[in-house]
Design a protein around this ligand. Structure first.
Ligand SMILES: [Zn+2]
Length: 241
């Protein structure tokens, strides 16, 4: 926490520059890796597009599956990470569930899928996990992204940084605070720093329309990527000016 207070301003400046750089790159070059802005450390950014396959997650107010929007944002995060020179692993790159062949019922497939995601994350040495989801509520008035964090070391400061950057770049009126992910299976079983970001509410018509928009997805992905990269650089002491 102390480093956040001390270096908050420099982190924000670096992150803002990074987001601008990532957005510029995404508009001007193809998906070829380019020289990293800074030397990328060993960390591997693990990108989890929530749900998939038979498990579509929440359904939006216009009938779009959460799993589809999660994947679109996740693929953009993956592109930005590569543009900035970071290694990534995506838990899924298609509309699939990661369950074992032996799983038969929908509930068995869901349990198997989650266990396999945990296994994949915990196999990675030096990983940092970001799990991408969309929120939904019975009342349509609620909106705004919110970040949840695992109990593992580093997760809370990463979540605070990401929540702050989402507020600054995406929606300054979003006063949601990041929270510990108390009952999320994946977040309770993984061993690395991990955050889960609910990018917005699929039950709010205005936000749902934005979440389906490619430019908005790109902006979200840039904020997510740069928050993680800033965190990695800060942890490895590369932000010392
Ligand atoms: Zn979800």
């Amino acid at each position: 926490m102390e480093y956040l207070k001390k270096n908050y301003f420099s982190i924000f400046i670096i992150c803002a520059a990074c987001i601008g750089f990532a957005l510029w790159l995404s508009d001007t070059v193809s998906a070829q890796p380019v020289a990293a802005v800074q030397t990328a450390p060993d960390q591997v950014i693990i990108i989890d597009a929530g749900h998939g396959g038979e498990d579509g997650g929440a359904v939006s107010c216009t009938g779009v599956n959460e799993s589809q929007i999660n994947l679109e944002i996740a693929l953009r995060v993956d592109d930005f990470c590569h543009l900035l020179g970071y290694s990534t692993i995506m838990l899924r790159t298609d509309d699939i569930s990661l369950h074992d062949d032996t799983a038969r019922t929908i509930s068995e497939k869901k349990v198997s899928d989650l266990k396999n995601r945990v296994k994949l994350v915990n196999q990675v040495g030096n990983g940092i996990l970001v799990s991408i989801h969309q929120n939904q509520f019975s009342e349509s008035k609620y909106h705004g992204s919110q970040v949840f964090y695992a109990a593992t070391d580093g997760s809370q400061p990463l979540a605070e940084q990401l929540q702050d950057n989402l507020r600054a770049v995406i929606d300054p009126s979003n006063n949601r605070q990041c929270k510990k992910a108390d009952s999320v299976y994946l977040m309770s079983k993984i061993q690395c720093p991990a955050v889960l970001v609910e990018c917005g509410f699929l039950s709010n018509a205005q936000e749902e329309a934005m979440l389906r928009d490619a430019q908005y997805q790109k902006k979200l992905a840039a904020v997510i990527t740069c928050s993680i990269c800033s965190y990695i650089q800060e942890e490895s002491g590369e932000n010392e000016i």
